[in-house]
Ligand binder design. Sequence first.
Ligand SMILES: Cc1ncc(COP(=O)(O)O)c(C=O)c1O
Length: 431
Amino acid sequence: MLREKKNGRLYFDGCDMVKIAEEYGTPLYVFSENDIVSRFDELKRDFSDKYGNCRVAYAAKAFCVKGMLKIVEKCGASIDVVSGGEIAVAAAAGFPADRIEFNGNNKLLPEIEQAVSYGVKRFILDGTNELPLIESACKKYDKKVNVLVRITPGVAASTHDHIVTGKLDSKFGIPLEDDVLYPVIKNVMDSPYTEFKGLHMHIGSQLFTNREYMESLEVMLSVASEIKKRFGAAVSELNLGGGFGVTYIDEERKPVSFFLDPMMERITAWSKEQGIERPLIAVEPGRSIIAEAGITLYRAGQIKNIKDVRKYVSIDGGMGDNIRVPLYDAKYTGIVANKADEPCTEVVTVCGKCCESGDVVAEDLPVPESIKAGDIIAIYSTGAYGYSMASNYNNNPIPGAVLLKDGKSAWLIKPQSYEQIMENQVIPEWL
Ligand SMILES: Cc1ncc(COP(=O)(O)O)c(C=O)c1O
């Protein structure tokens, strides 16, 4: 376990969290490189190496900074990006363009041009108006790209409604309607600028059962069979998306084989029935790579005890560095890092310093009774979609992040300064 208690303190990837908080300041995101690498190792061992002709694309939206993309590159994985900004970070990190795939339900023409000119070769088409934009960019740069068509399988995943993406009523994917989906695919096949590769789905996030994956896969395979029937072309690639659940409190994290083995078995059987080679299978995990590799360190400040109601412990960060609690009722746990051995005898609400009642980071955190201002509170599993969704609400700077490995540490992101917050602000000359 990369998180351990030693000498009354919390250690993560060999580093003393109290010392790290003192050295780098709080609030602070910390990331364990060994944890990240172990997630890629599992995918390699139990998916890509086990089955062959597979691809892992890390969903960069979960945490996309140059240092992280270097780790992804070293682990041999691809990335899934959803914006010009993510492509710019990838380019700045020197991430190989041919290992980037471009998702997104409203890719803008300048973003598509940026991707094509950087050499991105794989587009996940997610809208009926997208193809002409891709064609125009390819024409401009004299390039041809591979295209997967994202379908909406119409299966509701059992997770928070804000992170369901594959049900019928969703902004993502092309609906299965006969006169919508197949003309889009035919156009991709006929275009001189695109090569039709296959289909893509992503049904939701933080999933723990494979019912919805298997149901969606059935839909995807029936579309692939129909493509062969109508156009005589076998799909050469299927992308199953991400969504594998992680442990925030006590959820039982499932190994990737739990999700992928049954799907691979079904795809192999289907390929035999179709008399075709098994297509390349891609996955796009984000959260399951980076969530548990991240911890946020805060310093406790004001403590308010409302007799017989609740004890609030205010911290020096909050919804600016982690919006997931107010956004989708996310649950977190953690520890008082400098009192790691003391028994937790009371439960407190850890709240942020923003002017919002909903600014809560952990609603019921068990802590030692001795908790007081100055203690270091470590909140676990904050690596995914925390920094990605950070904001300057109340003009609080976005905290920095430190990478940890085997007891050593280094900046991954320096903390934002007040000057940087104001960088683009202009006072109109008539004021
Ligand atoms: C298209 C696509 N792929 C992959 C992911 C990653 O999902 P997760 O972080 O749950 O693995 C997302 C998340 O929103 C997505 O929209």
